[in-house]
Design a protein around this ligand. Structure first.
Ligand code: MGD
Ligand code: MGD
Ligand code: SF4
Ligand code: MO
Length: 739
């Protein structure tokens, strides 16, 4: 008999609803669920490839233990029991010798183990958890949380937005269902869409106005918009008067940033800057949907976030339908924050978090203060996972130098750090220096190749999912497990729990399965279901009733109870509390002396179809759509270097050199190139130093992650500008061993 299971795709964060047809434990078909509000039955090419992913011959199906030298690519199959016992013993030994902080963990974007990793690390006693969080919405979201008491990531365009500013964001490639909603809103409300992007992206192609600013000139534009809106009196006087602090200082601050000044910086005419500022300010309601380009500007990322916060606040768009709604936490669900047990991490250990003395907003010093404010108003805080972490570039340096103390072990779970973190060669050195490296993975990746143990992870169809979007939204989405994990694959939560049991954490991991945990978290919400499976069968989602202008009764969750245009938490932590202009790193403005040798600006960011980060290169039907890495450039620039469509091209920065294939497009203005990220080649030699071509075409080889150039408050490194030079790869030239 065929059973139909309500699953949700997790090849990106959209979690589109799917139906898995299961016969005798075998998935025979996966189709889009027409009743799911996100995708209405649609699947993108990744979703369509589910069965290939599930049954792919390259999948890791059993625990593997390294037998040769680190990097030799030689592993043998072992049992889970042996692997977990040995890992636990080695963790205990290192902890006894160097302290718990010597054990770290590396993650990427949010996957499935939301609270479990942090619970494990709090119980272990180590603060050294990292994700790619500083380059993935944390600078914006945390600056918002400290300015108005939660992030307004939920731009509520369907609430009737008259104008939506899509800022450094390309849902046309990165969030397809969101793009569809945006276009629906335009149909329904006549929403004007302004896209701010140096490149003519899939989203720019659908916009009413495309503002092709120079890479990393976003802050100049935001400050000039403030200048126009304030000086022309286009702001909401009442909201400013009653619900903000620091307006007078802001007025003074923005005087220096006229549209003429910003015209020079951005390459957009002063008239166009003023016209778009007016359109945004005079459209009621309006929202700003920012993307991670605005987090990935390096030094100054927080400053830009502050400017956007001021724009939203003074135009009266905060927490109104169609504006920028502050969801707050889910009120009755047991949130990630509640599951993490942060109180169990001793004060002394918090102080050891690498980088927390310098990048304080998203580490213990800022997070502890923020939590006090959030709990006062919401009764709950944001999760420590993502919002309170060690600084990745600093942690990698600590692994290499042993300063200020030895970091000797790491567990990589759901990340391919050699590809996703900047300065890949430094990350390589860091991983190689460790005494213990474990990777929990679907595939053998370049990073996993350096591990002592590679453990088999269950994919989304083999596990249930329950998500509140990184623990920050007031709604939750649940999906069933399609089938039990194949072979010896395990869910990520099972991994943390089973390792925890072997390290004396047993009392804190009382559950037998992911479903049991999820049921526990939902139980008191009043659904009266017998278990998680039944909840999904009948409800699948839970949306807390949406309220607007909550500040009128609760105040904002900030020390002043108002929107802090002058941010008191940043001030307390020792940073400039107002928006400001900071010269963007790795531009000709910052380093004119390099402009001659490295005349071109490289944009090393942006998601693209059909891939998700470094994933899916193994899946034939997806790889056929994009077999090789692409560097996009204007035909005029290509011509200048004698480069033709499809030629292999060197891209070189002061940090490194790679090659990608030329893609000529008028959609990218002269003077920049956009290199794709995420590239490695599963078909290539697994041995060190080739490691499946990890240094050949991987754009992060080119990026400088020196803390000096990172964002002051959050440590975000820069992926959107690098001074580079390009040149055609001449016949037969190979990159390997040379670059
Ligand atoms: N230059 C540059 N660098 C960037 C960016 C950029 O724009 N430019 N973007 C940044 C951003 S926004 C992000 S979020 C990061 C992305 O960084 P990551 O999310 O770390 O992405 P990947 O490097 O693809 O690593 C994910 C790995 O986890 C495995 N995996 C997937 N799902 C699961 C799971 O559920 N469990 C387990 N155990 N493993 C799983 C995959 O096989 C893959 O090898 O990259 C960042 N790096
Ligand atoms: N297909 C696909 N979808 C994905 C992902 C993926 O890897 N592939 N990753 C997922 C993840 S984890 C994330 S965080 C999101 C990210 O998705 P988005 O938030 O949409 O961000 P990006 O795709 O990184 O970049 C958006 C746009 O920024 C532009 N840009 C580059 N430099 C600048 C600049 O200096 N200023 C401005 N204003 N714009 C600039 C790029 O041209 C690009 O069009 O996508 C998610 N969805
Ligand atoms: S990968 Fe495609 S099908 Fe899957 S959730 Fe994302 S958009 Fe939906
Ligand atoms: Mo991300």
């Amino acid at each position: 008999m065929t059973e139909i299971r309500k699953v949700a795709c997790h090849y990106c964060h959209m979690n589109c609803g799917m139906l898995a047809y299961v016969e005798d434990g075998v998935v025979t078909k996966v189709a889009g669920d027409p009743e799911h509000p996100y995708n209405l039955g649609a699947q993108c090419p990744r979703g369509v490839s589910t069965l290939e992913h599930l049954n792919h011959p390259n999948r890791i199906n059993y625990p593997l233990k390294r037998i040769g030298e680190r990097g030799s690519g030689q592993f043998k199959r072992v049992g889970w029991e042996e692997a977990l016992e040995d890992i636990a013993a080695r963790i205990t030994e290192l902890k006894n010798k160097y302290g718990a902080e010597t054990i770290s963990t590396i993650g990427g974007t949010n996957r499935t183990d939301d609270f479990a990793r942090r619970r494990f690390f709090n119980l272990l006693g180590s603060p050294n958890v990292i994700h790619t969080a500083p380059v993935c919405w944390i600078p914006n979201f945390l600056t918002e949380a400290s300015s108005f008491g939660w992030g307004a990531f939920d731009a509520e365009i369907m609430g009737g937005s008259k104008c939506c500013v899509v800022w450094g964001h390309n849902p046309g490639a990165s969030y397809l269902p969101e793009m569809r909603t945006m276009l629906m809103a335009r149909e329904m409300f006549g929403t004007k869409i302004i896209v701010i992007d140096p490149v003519f992206s899939e989203t720019a192609a659908k916009a009413d106005i495309w503002l092709p600013i120079r890479p990393n000139s976003d802050n100049a534009l935001a400050l000039a918009w403030l200048n126009v809106i304030i000086n022309e009196g286009l702001y909401d006087f009442e909201f400013v008067e009653n619900w903000t602090v620091g307006f007078a200082e802001l007025v003074d601050r923005v005087q220096a940033f006229s549209p003429e000044w910003a015209g020079e910086k951005t390459g957009v005419s002063p008239e166009k800057i003023a016209e778009t500022a007016r359109l945004y300010a005079m459209s009621k309601p309006a929202c700003i949907a920012w993307g991670v380009a605005t987090d990935q500007l390096g030094r100054g990322s927080t400053k830009g976030a502050q400017a956007r916060i001021a724009l939203r606040a003074i135009t009266g768009n905060i927490d109104v339908p169609g504006g920028d709604v502050i969801p707050g936490p889910h009120p009755t669900f047991i949130t990630d924050w509640e599951m993490e047990l942060n109180d169990l991490l001793p004060e002394e250990q918090r102080g050891k978090q690498i980088g927390c003395d310098r990048f304080k907003l998203n580490s213990w010093p800022g997070y502890a203060r923020l939590t006090e404010n959030l709990v006062r108003v919401w009764g709950k805080s944001l999760p420590a996972e993502w919002f309170c972490e060690a600084h990745p570039p600093s942690l990698f340096r600590t692994m290499i130098t042993g300063t200020p103390y030895p970091v000797k072990a790491s567990i990589i779970l759901a990340d391919n750090p050699l590809i996703s973190y900047a300065n890949s060669r430094l990350v390589y050195q860091a991983l190689k220096s460790l005494d213990l490296l474990v990777a929990m993975e679907y595939w053998m990746t370049p990073s996993a190749l350096l591990a002592d143990y590679v453990l088999p992870a269950a994919s989304w169809i083999e596990r249930p999912v329950l998500t509140t979007t990184y623990g920050v939204s007031d709604f939750l989405i649940a999906s069933q497990r399609g089938i039990q994990p194949l072979y010896e694959r395990k869910t990520d939560i099972d991994f943390w729990s089973e390792l925890g049991h072997r390290l004396g954490q047993g009392a804190y991991w009382p559950w037998q399965s992911d479903e049991e945990i999820f049921h526990y978290r939902l139980e008191q919400m009043g659904y009266g279901t017998s278990g998680f499976d039944e909840f999904v069968e009948y409800f699948r989602m839970d949306f807390a009733p949406r309220e607007y202008k909550k500040y009128e009764t609760k105040g904002f969750a900030t020390p002043s109870g108002k929107v802090e245009l002058k941010n008191s938490l940043l001030e307390e932590l020792g940073y400039d509390p107002l928006p400001n202009y900071v010269v963007p790193p790795f531009t000709h403005e910052a380093n004119p002396e390099l402009a001659e040798k490295y005349p071109v600006i490289l944009i090393a960011g942006g998601g693209f179809m059909p891939f998700f980060h470094s994933e899916h290169r193994e899946i034939t039907r997806l790889r056929l759509l994009r077999p090789d890495p692409r560097v996009a450039m204007n035909p005029k620039l290509a011509d200048q270097y004698g480069i033709k469509e499809g030629d292999w091209v060197w891209i070189e920065t002061p940090t490194g050199k790679i090659k990608q294939r030329a893609f000529l497009s008028e959609g990218i203005p002269y003077g920049y190139v956009q290199g794709e990220r995420g590239w490695w080649f599963p078909e290539k030699d697994t041995r060190d130093p080739v490691l499946m071509g990890v240094f050949e075409s991987n754009v992060n080889v080119l990026l400088n992650d020196d803390p000096e150039f990172c964002d002051e408050a959050t440590g975000a490194w820069c992926t959107r500008t690098a001074q580079c030079r390009i040149g055609k790869v001449e016949g037969g030239e190979s990159c390997i061993g040379e670059c």
